[in-house]
Design a protein around this ligand. Sequence first.
Ligand SMILES: C[S@@+](CC[C@H](N)C(=O)[O-])C[C@H]1O[C@@H](n2cnc3c(N)ncnc32)[C@H](O)[C@@H]1O
Length: 370
Amino acid sequence: MPLPSYNPADYEAQLEAKLLRYRDDFAGFGLPEVEVFRSEPLHYRLRAEFRMWHEGTRVDYAMFDSDDPKVPVIIDDFPPAADPIRLLMPRLREALMGCEVLKRKIFQVEFLATLSGDCLVSLVYHRPLDADWEVAARALGQALRVRVIGRSRKQKIVLERDWVQESFELDGRTLQYKQVEGSFTQPNGGVNRQMLGWARARAAVLGGGRPAGQRGDLLELYCGNGNFTVALAPQFDRVLATEMSKTSVYAAHDNLAANGIDNVTMVRMASEEISDALAGGREYRRMKGVELASYRFGTLFVDPPRSGLDDATLALARGFDHILYISCNPQTLRDNVAALSATHAISAAAAFDQFPYTHHLECGLVLTRR
Ligand SMILES: C[S@@+](CC[C@H](N)C(=O)[O-])C[C@H]1O[C@@H](n2cnc3c(N)ncnc32)[C@H](O)[C@@H]1O
C-alpha cells in the first residue's frame, strides 16, 4: 500500500469515505445514527517508528512504500507525529550524525510520547551495544531531555525508565497512566480521550449513573494497561478486568493505584481462558481468590485485537445484557455482530478517526439483549 499523504484539506473527505463504508457494512444490522469523533488533522500520533537510512556520512529517517519496497522514502518532516516527536526528530538526527558511536549500525528509531509532553526514544541497532554506547546515549538523553532505550539482538539497555507518563482531564478527573515501551498503547491520544468519554457516557446510560450498590458489575476483556478500566471503574460497583500481556497487567496495577481505584480485580488471562472459567470450565491458578460467583455482571466491555472475538468469548458475550465493544477492525466487528445478532441488537454506534488518511477506522458499538 502506498504511503498516505497527510493533507488537512483532505481530512473531511477521507473520513466521509470511511463513514460511508461503515454505514454500508452494517446496514443489515439496523445501525443507529453514528456519533462521529474526529482526530486533529495533523500532529495526532503518539507513536512513530522509522528505519534509519545510511548514505555516506548521512543518516535519515525513512519509510518504505509497499508498492516499491526497496526504495526508501526519506522523511524530513512527519506531519502526523505529535509535537514532542516532531520537535525531537530533527534534533535527534543531528545528534546521531554528530556521534559515530550512536550512529554506527543504527537500524531503526521508535518514538513514544504522551499528550502531557513526556517522550521516549528507542534506538535499535544491528550491533551489540557497549559501555561507550551507554556513555554517549546518556549524554544524548540529557542534551535532548528525552528518555533513551538502546536495543540490539538479545539486548535492551534502559537508561532511565522504559515508560512514559500520560496525564489528562476527563469528566472532571485527572487520569494518570504509565505507558510502557513495546506494549500496546492507543496511538492517537486525542481520539483515545474521546473514546474514553464516549464509553463513560454509554456506561452512564447502562446504569453507571445509579447510586453505589445498584450499578452492577463490569467484566472487561483485553484491558491492556487499564486505559478504559481507570475511566470506567467508578461507574460500576465492581470490575473484573483481564488481559494477556504480563507487562500490560503490571502497568494496569500501577495505573489503578495511581488513580485511586479500589474496586477492580485484575487477572492475567487470555479471553479464551476467562470465557472458559466463567462457563464453568477448568480451574485456573491465576483465578485463585477470585469469587466468580459473587459478581453481578450486567455489562461486558471488550476492546480486542484486529482478529476480534473468538468463539468462546462470543459464547460468553451472549449471556450479557449489554456489550460495549470497541473495535479497530470493522470487518471482524461485523462478523462478531452477525454471530451475536440472534441475541443482541445494536443500540448505539460511534466512529473514532484514530488513523486519519488511512483506510482504518476505530468503531464503538453498544449491543443490547433483544
Ligand atoms: C486493542 S488492544 C486494547 C488495550 C486497551 N483496552 C487499551 O485501550 O489500551 C488489545 C489488547 O488485547 C490483548 N490481547 C490480545 N489477545 C488477547 C487474548 N487472546 N486474550 C486477552 N488479551 C489479549 C493485547 O495484549 C492488547 O493489550
